[in-house]
Write a protein that binds this ligand. Structure first.
Ligand code: ZN
Length: 293
């Protein structure tokens, strides 16, 4: 996925937090789940991140924002890519909300390293990318994209990274449209609301991707992205497959147990992304109405 030549992305949209302390050497999913965050995967990354970002509680968090980026920088640098992707998502979802004459609110987006405090409690990189409903914040440690390849076996690539961002943005859409409030997030299992919420976020990510090459940047009047190539789409689908609950269970040496699923299988995550990609409507992404997930 490539940003169009001549694109310019204003700074300030994504906030940065560097070197925040990781309380107690890292808080995994178990501790933070009480706050109902919405993660990209259903897995605690602390075993593969042991020692990462551990400042022993003495480090000083430094705050800033991602600066202005050109399209060239967005194509080369992860933080610029995140900033440009978020602005593309903003423009896309504003259009969807305008069409249905409803009120749109942008999410906050944070790129952090180590640990950071959020409206959902103290988080660390071991949480992976997540959305926190109370502060409407998307929290991303960009090092996760390396893990997506090394730990989960995805093929990598820019559209894979954008898919992760677009998935978390999808959770924000669910928050402001009331889907989250209506969903019962207590349960797990292949037919659970938890899985329906996650597959819908994948579908929303696909909606954005399907329109990303035709969405116009209101600041510059040019489209954000060049048309997606087959190879780039394959990268996004590879990432979706890598974080399927069945794949993660197989990888960790356990048996595949759909009763414990929270995010859906590899096949489901790919298929719902593609449903959004090809259909392009919120109605097509109604996983709660779907007879079969
Ligand atoms: Zn999610």
């Amino acid at each position: 996925m490539t940003f169009n030549e001549g694109g310019q992305f204003e700074g300030g949209r994504v906030r940065t937090r560097r070197g925040g302390a990781v309380a107690g050497g890292g808080i995994g999913i178990g501790a933070i789940a009480a706050f109902l965050i919405y993660q990209f995967t259903g897995v605690d990354l602390s075993p593969v991140l042991s020692g990462a970002g551990g400042g022993g509680g003495t480090s000083q968090e430094q705050e800033g924002t991602v600066a202005d980026c050109t399209a060239e920088e967005a194509n080369a640098d992860r933080e610029c890519r995140l900033s440009a992707t978020v602005q593309s998502l903003d423009a896309y979802w504003v259009g969807v909300f305008d069409a249905s004459q409803s009120q749109f609110v942008q999410p906050e987006v944070y790129s952090f390293t180590g640990g950071t405090s959020t409206g959902c409690g103290q988080a660390s990189s071991s949480t992976g990318p997540f959305y926190c409903p109370p502060d409407q914040g998307i929290y991303m440690d960009l090092g996760f994209f390396d893990l997506l390849q090394s730990r989960f076996g995805a093929s990598g690539g820019p559209l894979a990274e954008m898919y992760v961002t677009a998935h978390e943005y999808g959770h924000h859409i669910q928050n402001i449209t009331g889907v989250m409030e209506r969903a019962d997030r207590g349960g797990s299992g292949a037919e659970s609301d938890s899985v329906r919420v996650e597959l819908q976020a994948d579908c929303y990510a696909g909606m954005w991707a399907g329109s990303a090459a035709t969405t116009v940047d209101p600041d510059t009047g040019t489209t954000f992205l060049e048309p997606i190539t087959e190879a780039q789409l394959a990268d996004a689908l590879s990432a979706a497959a890598a974080v399927g609950d069945d794949h993660i269970q197989e990888q960790s040496g356990g048996s595949v147990d759909p009763h414990t699923w929270t995010h859906g299988s590899s096949e489901q995550r790919q298929r719902w992304f593609m449903t959004g990609y090809t259909e392009g409507t919120p109605q097509a992404c109604d996983t709660f109405a779907a007879a079969e997930l």
